[in-house]
Ligand binder design. Structure first.
Ligand SMILES: Cc1cc2nc3c(=O)[nH]c(=O)nc-3n(C[C@H](O)[C@H](O)[C@H](O)COP(=O)(O)OP(=O)(O)OC[C@H]3O[C@@H](n4cnc5c(N)ncnc54)[C@H](O)[C@@H]3O)c2cc1C
Length: 446
């Protein structure tokens, strides 16, 4: 032992459970992977460090699903679409009906404060599109139902602490919980931690990036009718006062508050903070501390100054810190920014975002077998990840990973050798869009 190092003694660990497929991380990607694998007949264990499912979607209170359409075409369906419809049936999700999408100033006024417009287009006002505003507890409820119906063994309150690798293949994971350190054994492991915890610990290659960190929060007691009236009927005064509010919080999108399915409650995708590393305890602590300070300063300000906000109060600050980017896999294929912006089509495409494609190879680590990676830490450059990591495409990747794992098991092969054409077909058969059919714009390029 030295001042800088402590050698932890080795010990035998109890095996808490065994499964065919162990999914680590219960965010949008992990939930989809677990449900997809279980529905194919695999015995699935889903491990999550927090007491709920949803990751950044529920715990990070990122309350809009976007990047799921290209113009009028819906590009992400499958488990994502199913979850949306379950939430919607209970009044926990809202999206513009087909007839109200497109370029129309009246529809922009009706829907823009829900955040349901296509901000990737240059035209102003942006067109209203298929995107979904939802309630975080609605997400938790619908995903609890789907996980229970699929017969998944869900282990919440369990922090992944290490990969178990034997002869170059993952055979299980170690978790830390109130019950101590335990092993969970599995034939295939899917890393959906968002920070590549499992694959990095198993020895897979990765790159590192960083993007702004946000402590999202919700305000209650907002008179949204008055706030919208002020925005659209007194645009000059609104522009001045809104900018002042954004200066107080220091770092936000133009639309810093958005409506939620709960009347009078808005979510605020701010304050943004830069120069922080989402893998460092010190930086995460700083983000929380600084974020809350800015939030309370802004609330005092808008209560005094901004029409519609006189009686507002903080409902909650998201329990999960808004970290967008940390470690990313360097897998069999690394998706680049031109792949996204030029909408490059891949023959082994297994998931779509708005108008971009994800190849199966971007879920496969180099040098470690029986391990799949899905979600915001998929194999992409930092520049590509920044524009292709929204919730729906992460769910689409998860769904593909789950089915691939189940197919590898039933075919007695490895995930690297899965028949991708059969995987694409299975995805399509159950309502997902793997992006296997090249669109007209891509045919010329291939
Ligand atoms: C502030 C902010 C705003 C955003 N805005 C939007 C938006 O408007 N629309 C949109 O679609 N997307 C948005 N995104 C992006 C989107 O939220 C994420 O990219 C998406 O949630 C990624 O899903 P995921 O499942 O890959 O990862 P995550 O959502 O991060 O889920 C990872 C899960 O793994 C768990 N986990 C992590 N480490 C461990 C461990 N060691 N042990 C056990 N469990 C672990 C986590 O608790 C979590 O549940 C935003 C992101 C941020 C941060």
């Amino acid at each position: 032992m030295s001042d800088q190092l402590y050698a932890e003694p080795g010990r035998d660990l109890a095996v808490a459970t065994r499964a065919d497929v162990v999914v680590v991380g219960g965010g949008p990607a992990g939930f989809s992977a677990a449900v997809a694998a279980a529905r194919q007949g695999a015995k699935v264990c889903l491990v999550e460090r927090y007491p709920y499912l949803g990751g950044l979607a529920s715990g990070g209170m990122v309350l809009v699903l976007d990047d799921m359409c290209a113009g009028s075409e819906i590009t992400v369906r499958g488990i994502c679409g199913e979850l949306v419809e379950r939430m919607r049936a209970r009044g926990h999700a809202v999206y513009p009906p087909e007839g109200e999408r497109g370029h129309d100033p009246a529809m922009f006024r009706k829907w823009s404060r829900w955040g349901l417009f296509d901000f990737n287009t240059r035209t102003k006002p942006h067109p209203i599109c298929y995107a979904v505003a939802f309630d975080p507890d609605g997400w938790k409820r619908a995903s609890d139902d789907m996980v229970a119906e699929a017969g998944i063994e869900l282990r919440l309150h369990s922090l992944f602490a290490g990969s178990i690798v034997k002869d170059g293949r993952t055979v299980g994971v170690i978790t830390e919980s109130k019950a101590g350190r335990q092993a969970i054994m599995g034939d295939i492991v899917i890393d959906t931690t968002g920070d590549l915890d499992v694959a990095a610990s198993a020895g897979a290659r990765f790159s590192e990036g960083a993007y702004m960190v946000t402590t999202v929060f919700r305000l209650g007691g907002v008179n949204t009718d008055e706030a919208e009236r002020f925005q659209f009927e007194e645009p000059a005064r609104h522009a001045v006062l809104d900018l002042e509010a954004r200066r107080v919080i220091g770092g936000s999108w133009d639309y810093w508050w958005l409506k939620t399915p709960l009347p009078g409650i808005v979510w605020c995708n701010c304050p943004h903070m830069t120069g922080l590393d989402g893998m460092k305890v010190e930086d995460l602590t700083r983000a929380e501390f600084e974020g809350r300070k800015r939030i309370h300063a802004m609330v005092d300000h808008v209560r005094a100054k901004l029409p519609g906000f006189a009686d507002c109060y903080v409902v909650d600050v998201a329990p999960q810190t808004g970290v967008r980017q940390t470690r990313m896999l360097e897998g069999e294929y690394v998706v680049t920014k031109p792949d996204i912006t030029e909408r490059v089509h891949f023959p082994d495409s297994i998931a779509r975002g708005r108008d971009y494609y994800t190849p199966y190879r971007a879920l496969l680590p180099v040098g470690v077998d029986q391990l799949l990676v899905a979600g915001r830490h998929y194999s992409a450059t930092p520049q590509a990840q920044k524009i292709s990591r929204e919730i729906p495409p992460c769910m689409a990747m998860g769904e593909a990973a789950g089915i691939a794992a189940a197919m590898a098991l039933s075919a007695g092969t490895t995930v690297r050798n899965v028949d991708v054409a059969a995987l694409q077909k299975r995805l399509r058969d159950q309502g997902a869009d793997p992006g296997d059919k090249a669109p007209v714009w891509a045919e010329a390029a291939e």
